[in-house]
Design a protein around this ligand. Sequence first.
Ligand SMILES: [Zn+2]
Length: 108
Amino acid sequence: MKKTPLECPICKAKMPLDKLAPPGMCFECTTCGASLRIDQGHMYVVKGCSLMAFAVLLWAAGLRGIPLFLVFIGGGVLVLQAAHFLSAAFWHPPLEPCPPQGMTLFPR
Ligand SMILES: [Zn+2]
C-alpha cells in the first residue's frame, strides 16, 4: 500500500491529524479553508478490512449466532472509529475536496 502524505489537495499544506473529521464528514483546511474530507474509496477499504478482521476475531473467540451478531454490531462502531484514527496515523489517507452539502447521500 502506498503511503501518501496527508495534505490539502488545494493548497498542498500538511494537515494536522487532530483536525481530521470522522469518516464521511467534511472539515476545513487549516491553511486555505477549503472543505475537505478523507478519500471515501480509501475509507471503504479500511472499514471493510477492519470489520472482516473483527468478525474473524469474534468467531475465533467462540461467539456464534445471535451473540456474535450483537457484539459485532455494538463493537463494529468502535472498530470503525479506531480504524479511522489508526489509518490516519499509520497509513495516511488521501484527502479530497468535499462535495456540496446534499450530495453526500450518494457516495460514488
Ligand atoms: Zn488547503
